[in-house]
Design a protein around this ligand. Sequence first.
Ligand code: PSV
Ligand code: MN
Length: 383
Amino acid sequence: MTDIKAALRSQRIETPSWAYGNSGTRFKVFAQQGVPRDPYEKLADAAQVHAYTGIAPTVALHIPWDKVDDYADLARHAGEAGVRIGAINSNVFQDDDYKLGSVTHPDARVRRKATDHLLECVDIMDATGSDTLKLWFSDGINYPGQDDIRARQDRLAESLAEVYDRLGEGQRFLLEYKLFEPAFYATDVPDWGTAYAHCVKLGPKAQVVVDTGHHAPGTNIEFIVAFLLREGKLGGFDFNSRFYADDDLMVGAADPFQLFRIMYEVIRGGGFTDEVAFMLDQCHNIEPKIPGQIRSVMNVQEATAKALLVDRDALSAAQNEGDVLGANAVLMDAYNTDVRPLLAELREEQGLAPDPMAAYAKSGYFEKIAAERVGGQQAGWGA
Ligand code: PSV
Ligand code: MN
């Protein structure tokens, strides 16, 4: 139990700046009270999540959603609030120029513009002290014949190589894949295999990031995790939950058992370290945002605690004996353990409230931001 507690104390989960802004579907964005008007206020909200959970000390930025004049100043502000800047997320999907793609666009001018944005993101890493760049490309085509699938791979490889060469000491990029959306017929980085192949060719500073919402229904994500870890190519996660497609719901809400299986493979494969970034990539469209993030962090923590409880010796023994039901029972025993008392105890040992949700609700922070943050433009997609 001492080992499990030590492992849980070392856990780090990164929250995304965009989770604190307004979000919605293509049908409607529902504005909420107290939503941040700028990146500084987003960091203040993220600091609340860290204050009550104790395990969310970094915040991912998305550029240009979090564009500021002085990134060093933003990083300083983060530090004063009690958090640090985490991964820098590029955005080459919200400009009219990118209608037919960004780094895979047939026009060299558009490709140049997109790659320059990625390089700018590395400059922001330098200014903020971030060591991770996250690349997701909406690039793809809607119709057979619309563009040359092979040529698009060549253009992608060329841009990635330029960005890779710009990375400094201690910096890396994570390449994110997504099955479909917004392109429907052929996405240029649709799956882990495509991302993996590009990363292998580039070298050790290029790794794959697994967004749990970016697979076909029924995909065995923990297999992908095991494979990538075995190859040293798992760079991190964008955690969220899905029922249908890229739903971006709270991680562990739709399928907590899947999250447990993923965390088990992470631990089994030696990925429970700082080398793997455990990030959330979510929107809180109808629920309040700060509690939504606290709940999500707790969901990952609970899945991790259960995965740590797996009796690995008993599991290996059962596996080696070909004891199918025995092996399955070892996993299920861990999954079915109620770890909430253990986590409450752990928090109290660290001087935190045992129930982060209740402690935040009682703190009065929401009432304060709802009263203070009036006027101005609330942050949201594209703002
Ligand atoms: C794309 O769906 C994605 O998962 C990428 O990580 C983007 O950067 C993020 O969502 C934007 O919310
Ligand atoms: Mn993502």
